[in-house]
Design a protein around this ligand. Structure first.
Ligand SMILES: [Zn+2]
Length: 68
């Protein structure tokens, strides 16, 4: 017999929205930061960005998803 988890009977108490979070590393200084988008098809490679640490300007190359 399956034991009931305490959360099975819990009422809905929260709402949430899915966010896509890009992890960006500067090729110039190695600084790491994140960029959040709410649209599934958001194209991070479309425009140039500036590194918040060193100011380096350039486009972003999107790599493959990290596998767990
Ligand atoms: Zn940088």
């Amino acid at each position: 017999m399956r034991r009931k988890k305490p959360s099975d009977d819990a009422p809905v108490g929260f709402s949430a929205h899915l966010e896509y979070l890009f992890h960006i590393t500067c090729k110039e200084c190695g600084f790491y930061w994140t960029y959040a988008a709410m649209q599934k098809g958001f194209d991070i490679q479309k425009r140039a960005y500036n590194c918040p640490n060193c100011g380096h300007n350039g486009k972003i190359e999107l790599e493959d998803e990290v596998q767990p």
